[in-house]
Design a protein around this ligand. Structure first.
Ligand SMILES: NC(=O)c1ccc[n+]([C@@H]2O[C@H](COP(=O)([O-])OP(=O)(O)OC[C@H]3O[C@@H](n4cnc5c(N)ncnc54)[C@H](O)[C@@H]3O)[C@@H](O)[C@H]2O)c1
Length: 359
């Protein structure tokens, strides 16, 4: 595979490393020459042992165009849609757009979806937790009805900013980047949208379909020029009437990334990073399966999933398909509207991937 990655920051390094571990040919593009230098001299050697001279680096505007199997967009969220639409015009076989897919105004998503379909580009989103090994065990249990009738589902991604900024030592704090601005895709609602996405994925696995109602409580911080939600609490209902809860925050320490499915007969829990490098899936009363892995392993597994989905032509059915990421953006947008208007917001997917889908 020949791949191009936009963004030489934290995720750009992970995706470049994972691609090289799969022996893929890699070009990385950034608008900032200092970011490319930092990747080469600091982030990549510190994380993976040594810089890899086989990785091509290009300042935006001077990068090769065309001839890629996969283009990955790893820039801040407010650049995702524009870059993704330009990437589709290059006609790669596939596209991976990082989470959250866009800003909560959903600008350009309907066009992005239509253009990917028209060009036959198989598009994915970077919600890598849904294809993790431990979460796949919980997915299988839900799909098999292992807990009896599913009564409810909880997913929490609670992690203080500190953990995120430890991975970005070149940033001083939330206002240094999109993270401090919910309208740019930051805050708990955007940064930890892994939780809403995982909830949607588990609900699908259990046969409950997509989310049609969002009742949210967000707590915004506007100090020092910032404007982000530090807490994002969501009550979600799907098309079958099934309901459950999602908690995303940037205040909890130590972090807790956890899911529980409660059925009529029993339940099961997923935990991510409950100890450094360890995820687990545990059915009630059964033995826990502990998965030992590194963060780089997560991205190797994600890219293998994409490679397999392309080879078997099953990309549109993937749990990290573009459509799943678009569904999560509808929930994020509905959450902000629910908080602003103090009411439950309905989602009508048939109105397309835009604000018109929210009522
Ligand atoms: N899937 C995951 O678990 C995961 C993990 C980390 C980050 N992310 C996501 O990846 C995205 C980037 O996050 P990050 O932490 O790597 O950010 P970052 O700030 O570390 O890096 C972003 C890089 O993109 C560059 N950039 C900005 N606009 C660009 C453009 N138009 N063309 C090329 N490069 C451009 C910036 O110069 C910067 O170097 C976010 O959406 C984030 O949520 C996902």
């Amino acid at each position: 595979m020949k791949v191009k990655i936009f963004g030489a920051g934290s995720i750009g390094n992970h995706l470049a490393n994972a691609s090289r571990r799969l022996d893929w040919q890699v070009d990385v593009v950034d608008i900032d020459p200092a970011a490319l230098k930092r990747m080469r001299e600091e982030i990549y050697p510190a994380r993976y042992g040594a810089w890899d001279e086989a990785i091509g680096q290009h300042v935006a505007g001077d990068a090769p165009v065309g001839g890629y199997d996969l283009i990955m967009i790893g820039t801040p969220p407010d650049h995702h849609v524009g870059l993704a639409r330009e990437a589709i015009a290059e006609n790669p076989a596939a596209l991976l757009i990082e989470k959250p897919l866009s800003t909560p105004d959903l600008e350009g998503l309907a066009e992005l979806h239509a253009e990917a379909e028209a060009a036959g580009v198989v598009a994915f989103t970077g919600y890598d937790h849904v294809v993790g090994e431990a979460s796949s065990l919980m997915t299988d249990a839900l799909a098999a009805g292992a807990f009896g009738t599913l009564e409810t589902l909880d997913v929490e991604f609670r992690e203080h900013w500190g953990g995120i900024f430890a991975a970005h030592p070149w940033l001083d704090g939330p206002t240094d980047t999109y993270l401090g601005f919910w309208k740019r895709g930051g805050g708990a609602s955007g940064e930890h949208s892994h939780a809403a996405n995982l909830w949607q994925h588990f609900a699908h696995a259990a046969g409950h379909g997509g989310v049609v109602e969002v009742q949210a409580r967000l707590d915004y911080v506007t100090d020092g020029g910032a404007d982000y939600d530090r807490l994002c609490l969501l009550n979600l209902t799907t098309q079958t009437g099934f309901c459950g809860r999602v908690v995303q925050d940037v205040v909890t320490k130590p972090p807790r990334k956890w899911a529980r499915a409660q059925g009529s007969d029993s339940g099961g829990e997923w935990r991510c990073g409950f100890e450094p490098g360890k995820d687990a899936y545990a059915p009630d009363g059964g033995e826990a399966t502990v998965v030992t892995k590194t963060r780089p392993d997560d991205f190797i597994r994600e890219l293998r999933h994409i490679e397999d989905a392309l080879a078997s032509k099953t990309g549109s059915a993937s749990p990290i398909s573009l459509e799943r990421g678009l569904d999560t953006m509808l929930v994020v947008a509905a959450a902000h509207r629910s908080q602003a208007q103090g009411r439950t917001v309905r989602i009508d997917r048939s109105a397309g991937y835009s604000m018109a889908a929210l009522d």
